[in-house]
Design a protein around this ligand. Structure first.
Ligand code: C5P
Length: 297
């Protein structure tokens, strides 16, 4: 039986409130400590039932229409688990900039897993979906639940946290992105830290305290800025526009500035827009509203 109506699923972006590189592992990946947070900015997917075993993806950004699209790979993976009994045509409308460290591709993949679990009535648990997500990429498991989480391992070890203090956000990005692999390739021992900053932020979240906005860290900033000098320029532009704190998200190239007052975020966003910088005004989002699991859309 196939569902009669298609299913809309939102796929939220994320920021890394902290991101620390603890060291390099024998498998070539880097061991990470991070507090990740979903945001309201989101891609939108529409899942249409298709004949058994057929999976396709149509994206409004033509460059993302290839076979390596992570959303399509997620559908193919779930189709194997499902025994090829169903099919899907995915429509993907992008709003999250690509290669920005905002997790867009990973979130699309998680949205396909959680959405097809419903469309195909597979009844896979969140734990099983998280296992499958880890096969698609290090950041994908986080998006199965979203919200605020402590991240370990290569990114796939997700410990849910209570929702962190809600914040307005201004995101800004240079005109180009950079691949995660290229950034990790430039990381050196000098970028390693001990995870203390991440533990401190996770503890603040657990206690329900305000976030230490001036003490957020990202150990990938030197490597990413080496690969793409414009990140430093955008960071400067956001500070010049009046943001008290600015951090890069993930492996870049986007940066974010957190605010407690909308009026301040609006001022910074308009100054950036006037200066011709690509910028978004958004906010942090909660686990249940942003994850695509159990959400009525
Ligand atoms: O897991 P994912 O496919 O997103 O990772 C892309 C690339 O980023 C990996 O091939 C690896 O080179 C690098 N990476 C890393 N350490 C991590 C995550 C990613 O070195 N924790």
């Amino acid at each position: 039986m196939s569902a009669r109506f298609p299913l809309f699923v939102p796929a939220p972006a994320k920021i890394n409130l902290t991101l620390e590189v603890l060291g390099k592992r024998d498998d070539g990946y880097h061991e990470l400590a991070s507090v990740m947070q979903t945001v309201a900015l989101h891609d939108t997917l529409c899942l249409h039932s298709a004949p058994p075993g057929e999976c396709a993806c149509v994206c409004d950004v033509p460059q993302l229409n290839g076979e390596d699209n992570l959303a399509l790979r997620a559908a193919r993976l779930l189709s194997v688990v499902d025994g090829g009994r169903h099919g899907v045509t995915i429509e993907l409308c992008k709003a999250i900039p690509v290669q920005a460290g905002l997790g867009g591709g990973s979130s699309d993949a998680a949205a396909v897993l959680t959405g097809l679990n419903r469309l195909w009535e597979m009844r896979l648990t969140a734990g099983r979906l998280t296992e499958l997500a880890a096969m698609l990429g290090s950041d994908v498991p986080f998006f199965v639940r979203g919200g605020t989480a402590l991240i370990g391992g290569r990114g796939e070890v997700v410990t849910p946290l209570p929702d962190a203090e809600p914040l307005w956000l201004v995101l800004a990005q240079p005109g180009r992105g950079v691949s995660t692999q290229a950034v990790f390739g430039r990381v050196t021992g000098a970028d390693y830290t001990d995870g203390m900053a991440t533990r401190a932020v996770a503890e603040a979240v657990r206690r329900g305290d305000d976030l230490p906005l001036g003490r957020l860290v990202n150990g990938l900033e030197p490597a990413a800025t080496g690969a793409c000098g414009e990140i430093g320029e955008v960071r400067e532009a956001v500070m010049r526009a009046g943001a008290p704190a600015v951090r890069m998200s993930g492996s870049g190239t986007a940066v974010f500035a957190p605010f407690r007052r909308l009026s301040q975020a609006v001022d910074v966003h308009s100054r950036l827009a006037a200066a011709g910088v690509r910028a978004w005004l958004t906010r942090t989002s909660e686990a249940s509203a942003g994850s695509g699991v159990g959400v009525d859309v």
